[in-house]
Design a protein around this ligand. Structure first.
Ligand code: SF4
Ligand code: SF4
Length: 374
């Protein structure tokens, strides 16, 4: 939506700055340049034709994970993430997008993943000797992070689904990024093309059902594809499927894991859908586990800080936001931060490794479950 069409939204800001106290990037930095309120204020100035220094504009526009926590708190209901996307569209039109964001988007458009790599990249996680039918009821999509950094997660997930008798196949080297980042960065036509291509490939396998590991893929297929290309693909997050399989007794977590863990609510999965109890129930199906809530969780849980390219442009800011969560978890004696998004898992794992933090691990929920299945 063009920025000008959001004028009513922007002008309803009362300057209370309640949003600020919920924003993980503002709280991690205490820098007003990253405040959600500042984004709205800048949008207001641009709508009125008042110039904004480029540095301030880029900070406000790209220092945002689009986690949406701020807009839940806003008393006048301003759709702050929509304003940020409109600002990004404007910046892109003026060709002022930061080079690293442009490169990430070019990788998605040209090579089908934010990291690049084409067919070879997408085939890299597939277990040797795997033989699956060409067509099946469900297609398991791994998303960009599993081939990039965590093939074990993809393999463990696939093994559990097959062991439980789920009728599925994969797109393998034909898989491509869901394209959500293109949509988030104002490249709507490029997003439309990527989405149409993905849907075509899925339908070629005679199905309209996908199971995804990535929370961003889940959100894209569930919410954005129907809006932008008018196609509704039935999508389940792998956590939903694993929960059903455990409930039905088709997967049995029997090996006790004596661990104190916390579940981290991924923005695009639990927080956007309100499915807070589901992953927690699945964690508690593992014998021996002790689940404790992080101080900020569920509706107002922090974002991990990496999403929407923030780590590319403001690396230390993104890491400070992720570190806040790790620190809070450590204070509570938590040994594992359990995620349901490979991108969040990557964010926490990379901070833990870089800062050499002992005694705590980031683990995606399917991998945790896998350790308990005999
Ligand atoms: S909470 Fe809403 S009304 Fe208050 S400053 Fe933030 S955007 Fe404006
Ligand atoms: S969407 Fe998230 S990161 Fe962006 S301003 Fe709102 S709370 Fe901050």
């Amino acid at each position: 939506m063009p920025l000008e069409d959001l004028e009513n939204q922007v002008s309803s800001c009362i300057g209370c700055r309640v949003c600020e106290e919920k924003c993980p990037l503002y709280l991690a930095s205490r820098d007003p340049g990253f405040s959600p309120w500042r984004k709205i204020e800048i949008a207001g100035r641009l709508i009125k034709g008042i110039d904004v220094p480029l540095e301030d504009l880029l900070k406000a526009v790209y220092g945002c994970t689009l986690c949406g926590i701020c807009e839940r708190a806003c008393p006048t209901g301003i759709r702050i993430t929509e304003v940020v996307r409109a600002l990004r569209t404007r910046v892109a039109r003026e060709e002022k997008t930061p080079a690293k964001i442009t490169r990430m988007c070019s990788n998605i458009i040209g090579e089908g993943s934010m990291i690049g790599g084409g067919n070879e990249f997408w085939a890299s996680w597939i277990p040797e000797g795997l033989s699956l039918p060409e067509k099946a009821e469900n297609i398991y999509l791994v998303g960009c992070m599993i081939p990039f950094k965590m093939p074990d997660l993809g393999r463990a997930t696939l093994e559990m689904l097959l062991r439980a008798g789920v009728d599925l196949t994969i797109l393998g080297e034909e898989e491509r990024c869901c394209g959500l980042l293109l949509w988030e960065h104002g490249l709507v036509e490029e997003f439309r093309k990527a989405a149409e291509e993905n849907v075509k490939k899925i339908k070629r396998r005679n199905t309209g059902r996908v199971i995804v590991s990535c929370a961003a893929c889940y959100y894209a297929y569930r919410e954005i594809y129907p809006k932008v290309i008018g196609e509704r693909i039935e999508v389940k997050h792998v956590i939903e499927v694993l929960d059903e399989l455990v409930e039905a007794g088709r997967l049995k977590p029997r090996k006790p894991l004596k661990e104190r863990v916390s579940y981290f609510d991924a923005c695009h999965f639990t927080r956007y859908t309100g499915k807070y109890d589901l992953p927690r129930r699945l964690i508690e199906s593992i014998p021996g586990i002790e689940l404790v809530e992080l101080p900020r969780s569920r509706e107002f849980g922090y974002c991990c800080g990496i999403s929407s390219g923030v780590k590319l442009v403001f690396k230390s800011l993104a890491d400070s936001a992720g570190r806040m969560i790790i620190d809070e978890a450590r204070k509570m004696g938590v040994r594992k931060i359990v995620t349901s998004c490979p991108l969040c898992m990557y964010q926490f794992a990379s901070i833990i490794e870089k800062d050499n933090i002992g005694g705590i691990e980031a683990v995606d929920l399917p991998l945790l479950l896998y350790r308990s299945i005999d």
